[in-house]
Design a protein around this ligand. Structure first.
Ligand code: MG
Length: 231
């Protein structure tokens, strides 16, 4: 089957690209709040999301490490809501629930199934290693990914060069022209992929405008199905 693909190797981002992270996050948060006996509503999710996003931006800039990120998102949220509890224990349970409540972006299964027929797929993610492996295993995407590169295993994260070196080594260091990096984040997936010498595809489901300082974007898609025509 191989040989017909424009890109024999596809590196695919996980969250917000293949996984419907918003839905998984809300479900896991709701469940963990229920288990700890805390009141929950959509405002809690919205505030958690703001806190967590700010911490992830710090992580991408290298100003926050992952352990701090995981503790601080819950210690901040609990303090604001006036709730008691051990943020580390809550985070640990949240990660389990996140891994067990997987929702996929529309078309992800069909698209990955078709792509895996002709290309080697690697999941390229800055997520927590244990969580991301378990989420993949719990999803219908598992049969299509022989390779997973997490930032934790790589020892560096997107957009750093070390992450892409690790991912390329996983699949046997192919010619970089044969590799397409697909993801929703310009600051990590696309910036890092372009800097590593890979072709890049920006998954932009909301049709956001391209910022003036955007990294090199070789392809842009609004639906995952469009990958079938270009990859
Ligand atoms: Mg993403």
């Amino acid at each position: 089957m191989k040989g017909k693909a424009a890109f024999p190797f596809l590196f695919l981002d996980a969250d917000w690209t293949l996984f419907d992270f918003q839905r998984s996050e809300g479900k896991a948060l709701h469940l963990v709040f229920q288990e700890f006996g805390f009141p929950y509503d959509e405002a809690v999710h919205a505030r958690y999301h703001e806190i967590n996003s700010a911490l992830w931006r710090g992580f991408e800039l290298g100003t926050v490490d992952k352990k701090d990120l995981q503790r601080t998102r819950f210690s901040t949220l609990l303090a604001e809501q006036g709730l008691p509890g051990d943020p580390d224990a809550i985070n640990a349970r949240y990660l389990q629930l996140l891994a067990d409540n997987v929702f996929l972006v529309d078309g992800a299964v069909e698209v990955c199934a078709a792509l895996a027929e002709r290309s080697t797929l690697l999941l390229a993610t800055n997520g927590v290693s244990w969580t991301q492996h378990r989420r993949l295993a719990n999803s219908e995407l598992a049969p299509f990914f022989r390779y997973v590169a997490t930032s934790e295993d790589a020892g560096s994260q997107k957009p750093e060069a070390g992450f892409f070196e690790y991912a390329l080594a996983q699949v046997g260091n192919p010619d970089k022209r044969d590799v397409l990096m697909v993801g929703d984040q310009l600051s990590t997936d696309i910036l890092g992929g372009a800097a590593a010498g890979l072709a890049t595809c920006w998954y932009n489901p909301q049709g956001l405008p391209r910022p003036a300082d955007a990294p090199r974007i070789d392809f842009e898609i609004r639906r995952l199905e469009e990958l079938l025509d270009l990859a």
